[in-house]
Ligand binder design. Structure first.
Ligand SMILES: *Cc1c(COP(=O)(O)O)cnc(C)c1O
Length: 393
């Protein structure tokens, strides 16, 4: 099956089979097209390709068959018309801003987004006359109140990091559209296996493929998914000019990552849920943040919006920073790193790493306590993960 319509197949099948246009060699696995340029049959064909009158490869900054396969597969999985791949998640986020914003525009962004996303809007788009207001992710009234006549889009991540708060994507899409702006959702924590923001009304989805899509911590990459109109008119011309292209080798790694994404996400989520319930019973744990727990403020919303509760768990210890550091240092197996979405379980202290550059009062306002520890639950045996944590609990 070659030129095949995978639209009617389920996500698990699309993840394994979509996007591969088999060459005359009959290869079963997608090849890596390690070529920067392509040869045309004639001068006329070259001209038709360059002017966009004929589809086909031109130059690997913006057309490469391995990268195209990744794009087609991820677009189907997110149920978007089109996907474009980038060299990193941040390059994908920068592309959305560069393509959609101009001087004088305004953005409303969740306060709880990836640190470099905050810097992108504040320091870089800010430098060119774009203003950004940051709001509380779960406060719908604050989102609406922050919108101005010149607001171009709302930007959020759900669940948030590290407090695993959930945003109501459908309601925020309605609010955005009522005011004539777009909604952009960073879907890194859920992947399309758990949540499809475009189906809930979002206009663009951004990804860091570096996390769950790779799943084994090997490559850095990113993607933007959305309607044919937004991608073709705005994002694609920027990719062609901006040049933050995904390499064919990385696309090939991410393609095989997608093939196992559904089974990995389910296993990640099952272990995270079990770990969250177990942590809640530990005497030295004061509070567990995990949307699967009935104690989570947006448990019902998470149940409605996601197919599973995710694989990142954070918790507060009864002590302060010393207690948190002691717990982290007492683990033998877990990796002490801020990365996430890996088969290897990682543990981190947000207050002194990912959020360490924030002023103490800003951090306190964001609810990131000194006693908070974040775990990205991997695929090792869950009993081994618990036992490793018991060393310090
Ligand atoms: C890692 C991450 C990014 C940035 O992606 P890179 O691939 O590291 O550039 C953006 N958003 C979220 C939620 C992330 O976890």
């Amino acid at each position: 099956m070659n030129e095949f319509d995978w639209q009617d197949y389920s996500l698990e099948t699309q993840a394994i089979r979509a996007g591969h246009k088999r060459t005359p060699e009959g290869e079963h696995s997608i090849p890596i097209f390690a070529t920067s340029s392509y040869v045309f049959d004639s001068a006329e064909q070259a001209s038709l390709r360059f002017t966009g009158k004929q589809p086909g490869n031109i130059y690997s900054r913006f057309t490469n068959p391995t990268v195209t396969a990744f794009q087609e597969r991820l677009a189907l999985m997110e149920q978007g018309d089109r996907c474009l791949a980038f060299s990193s998640g941040m390059a994908a986020i920068m592309a959305v801003g560069m393509a959609l914003l101009k001087a004088g525009d305004h953005v409303v962004c969740s306060r709880s987004v990836f640190g470099n996303t905050v810097l992108a809007f504040q320091n870089y788009f800010g430098k060119f006359g774009v203003t950004t207001d940051f709001v509380n992710l779960t406060d719908l009234a604050a989102w609406e109140a922050a919108i101005k006549p010149n607001t171009r889009f709302l930007f959020l991540e759900t669940p948030s990091n590290p407090l695993i708060e959930i945003a109501d994507i459908q309601t925020l899409a309605e609010i955005a559209h009522r005011h004539g702006c777009l909604l952009v959702v960073d879907n890194v924590f859920c992947t399309p296996v758990l949540q499809k923001p475009l189906n809930l009304g979002a206009d663009l989805v951004v990804h860091s493929a570096t996390k769950y899509i790779d799943g084994q911590g090997r490559c850095v990459g990113g993607a933007v998914v959305g309607s044919e109109e937004l991608i073709e008119k705005d994002i694609y011309p920027y990719l062609r000019t901006g040049g933050a292209t995904m390499s064919p080798f990385n696309a090939w790694v991410f393609l095989s990552g997608l093939e196992t994404l559904a089974v990995r996400m389910k296993a990640h989520c099952d272990s995270a849920f079990e770990l969250a319930k177990w942590l809640e019973q530990q005497a030295s744990v004061a509070k567990v943040h995990y949307p699967g727990l009935l104690s989570h403020a947006q448990h019902e919303l998470a149940k409605r919006q996601q197919s599973h509760f995710g694989a990142v768990v954070s918790f507060e210890l009864t002590g302060g920073k010393e207690h948190a550091w002691k717990l982290i240092d007492a683990t033998k197996m877990l990796s002490i790193t801020a990365n996430l979405g890996d088969v290897k379980t990682t543990i981190t202290h947000p207050a002194t790493t990912t959020h360490g550059r924030l002023a103490p009062e800003v951090r306190a306002e964001a609810g990131i306590k000194d006693s908070l520890v974040r775990i990205s639950v991997g695929l090792e045996n869950i009993e081994d993960i618990k036992n490793d944590l018991l060393n310090g609990l």
